[in-house]
Design a protein around this ligand. Structure first.
Ligand code: PHB
Length: 393
């Protein structure tokens, strides 16, 4: 029988099988894509977090290729809008059940990460928390590994620095939800433990915060300094009220965790931020060749400065890539998480590793001061605490 001119499905299949058998082409069925379900707030009040992390994940893939161990990386990006935990949970469930993702990643705020934790546990899917920073998060599922930071980890260094640097009394101001309470508790414990006095602890609502009355109250209490934790995206509003209410003129210093002088906003804050001292794990001004290369590439691709959430995303991708390479392309969730524990590498932020006991990052925490460099404000690191683990609270 003569061969048809147009190849049939059967003839194509036969040819393909013959080609594979003859060693001409690799069998494509063994190379399922590696699916990463990236859930981020890309719209809504915390969209800057999503924008930063997504840009960093894409940069990582651009620099390191989109195949790992022969598997094509398929980044499935979902916007959870950042405000409703049940939305994040539903998206995580859909990604696991319908898209059959190998890894879940992202998680912009603590309540959203907490809502998705049971999905990771039930489906044995590694869940890389790139942003949310309350200490307890990793205890909510053995499949959670964190690449950002924890609030207690970055808070105690500023408490110790303040107590040693002529700050005798403080008013604390935090956002009233889990990471804010972690920051407040850690600061109060460490600062009073080192001999300082906390005059008052103020808590501001997470949504639609009006900082003016709180800053007026802080001013009236006449502390040496105001300690601030607000989630990224909120810093400008706090800084504006701090300036408008004349706290600086009244001789009150601002200290805090680095979230308040977030590199995403710092440039637009301008000179009002100068002098603010914070402790944190990342500054875009960190002096290292790795960070210079990172900031240059990030700015070239995006035309905005990378912030601390961006390195949580960049290092999260690194963790996934290296774990799949090391564990083998067919490794399941348990083996991947096991491989991620104890991994260490050089990040744009400095050296970091994953604590095998808690699956939290161990990293350097820097004390930094906002200074004008070439007409722009940057957080300049001047002291450091190495190998800091999450102390819990
Ligand atoms: C959090 O919700 O855990 C969170 C979000 C933004 C931050 C810090 C913590 O800057």
């Amino acid at each position: 029988m003569p061969q048809p001119l147009v190849p049939t499905r059967r003839s194509i299949l036969k040819a393909a099988v013959a080609a594979v058998g003859a060693g001409f082409i690799a069998p494509s069925f063994a190379a399922d894509p590696l699916k990463i379900g990236l859930i981020l707030p890309l719209t809504g009040p915390f969209a800057s977090t999503g924008k930063q992390i997504l840009a960093a994940c894409r940069l990582y893939m651009q620099q390191n290729g989109d195949t790992i161990a022969g598997r094509k990386v398929d980044l499935i990006v979902k916007d959870d809008t950042g405000v409703a935990p049940e939305t994040t949970k539903r998206i995580a469930q859909e990604l696991v059940v319908q898209d059959k993702v190998d890894v879940l990643a992202g998680f912009g705020l603590t309540p959203l990460a907490l809502a998705a934790a049971p999905i990771a546990t039930q489906s044995k899917t590694p869940m890389i928390v790139m942003a949310a920073a309350t200490s307890i998060i990793t205890s909510k599922s053995p499949y959670i590994v964190r690449t950002g930071f924890t609030l207690p980890q970055v808070t105690w260094p500023i408490a110790e620095w303040a107590a040693k640097n002529k700050i005798g009394s403080v008013v604390t101001l935090v956002t009233d939800y889990a990471p804010g309470l972690d920051a407040e508790k850690t600061f109060v414990q460490r600062f009073t433990g080192a001999g300082g006095k906390v005059i008052e602890s103020l808590r501001v609502p997470l949504r639609n915060a009006d900082y003016a009355p709180f800053l007026q109250r802080a001013k009236d209490a006449k502390p040496d300094a105001l300690f601030v934790f607000v989630p990224s995206g909120e810093g400008s509003a706090v800084m504006k009220q701090f300036s408008d209410r004349g706290l600086k003129e009244a001789g009150i210093r601002m200290i805090g965790t680095g979230d308040v002088v977030d590199d995403d906003l710092l440039e637009s804050m301008g000179a009002v931020a100068v002098g603010v001292v914070t402790s944190f794990h990342y500054s875009a001004a960190h002096k290292s060749s790795e960070n210079k290369a990172y900031v240059d590439a990030f700015m070239k691709a995006n035309h905005f400065r990378p912030n601390f959430h961006s390195v949580g995303g960049y290092d999260g991708m690194h963790l996934i890539y290296e774990a799949v390479r090391k564990a083998g392309r067919d490794a399941g969730g348990d083996k991947l998480v096991e491989t991620m524990k104890d991994m260490s590498w050089m990040s744009p932020r400095g050296p970091m590793s994953i604590d095998p006991a808690t699956r939290d990052p161990i990293q350097t925490v820097y004390v930094r001061k906002v200074e004008m460099v070439d007409g722009k404000p940057w957080s300049i690191e001047f002291e450091k605490f190495e190998n800091v683990k999450d102390p819990g609270v």
